[in-house]
Write a protein that binds this ligand. Structure first.
Ligand code: 0O2
Length: 215
């Protein structure tokens, strides 16, 4: 892995990039935890099951830049790699995903710059998830780095289970899995969609009964 270091907006080394993106990740994580706590307080219910976050490895960044035909420079990674900082939010129900996306969008210092709704429009592979690219300002001791990008992926437990296995299979076969395995994954994705719909319906029915009985 080799990243050529140049100078852009005061960011001049991989270490500094990591510092800035980690700070952006932490800010978003804290906001999400606050939203989850508030939701629990008001609605007695947590939309977030759990949150995972990561900084993309330099190797992975270089691969992505190469795929896009870009030279491996700090400048290019900041400009063209949207998921250097990534957060994955795992929810119980599909309805939580849209609720959370809306809540994130109304936060004053978060700017949503891109949305990919792979839930309404799943990939041909069967992949389902809701992706947001957002930016947040990061305040350092002597300056403010505006518009630090963070990719937020929101999906249900079932969608996450499917995506983790598909990701492993994708890497194992270097993107060229045998057809019967790809077909089986598409079938499993349909089962995930069905399971998510049934669990949501069940939950709605239980909530309606609880309201009726004042439970
Ligand atoms: P890795 O190894 O997981 O980090 P853009 O953001 O628009 O410039 P990109 O990055 O292709 O372009 O956006 P997209 O489609 O939103 O995908 C971003 C990430 O979503 C991917 O990052 C994966 O983590 C995940 N993802 C997208 N498609 C699939 C899929 O078919 N299966 C699985 N399991 N995950 C997927 P990376 O960097 O491609 O990969």
């Amino acid at each position: 892995m080799e990243l050529k270091v140049d100078y852009r907006d005061g960011i001049d080394s991989w270490k500094e990039v990591t510092l800035i993106y980690s700070a952006a990740l932490r800010q978003i994580e804290t906001k999400l935890e606050i939203l989850n706590d508030e939701f629990q307080h008001v609605h007695l219910y947590n939309p977030i099951e759990h949150i995972k976050s990561r900084i993309k490895t330099p190797e992975s960044i270089v691969k992505k830049l190469k795929r896009g035909g870009y030279e491996s420079t700090i400048d290019n990674m900041i400009k063209y790699v949207n998921d250097i900082a990534g957060i994955r939010i795992i929810c119980s129900f599909t309805s939580d995903i849209y609720r959370l996306a809306e809540m994130i969008g109304t936060q004053k210092d978060i700017r949503v710059v891109k949305v990919k709704d792979y839930i309404t429009y799943p990939k041909a592979s069967g992949y389902k998830s809701y992706h947001l690219i957002v930016t947040v300002p990061v305040y350092l001791s002597d300056r403010m780095i505006e518009d630090t990008k963070v990719e937020i992926q929101i999906r249900t437990v079932a969608m996450d289970f499917w995506a983790s296995l598909e990701h492993k299979i994708h890497y194992k076969f270097e993107g060229d899995a045998p057809e019967y395995i790809r077909n089986e994954l598409v079938e499993c994705a349909k089962m995930v969609t069905d399971l998510d719909a049934r669990m949501l319906k069940l939950n709605d029915e239980v909530s309606a009964i609880s309201r009726e009985r004042n439970m």
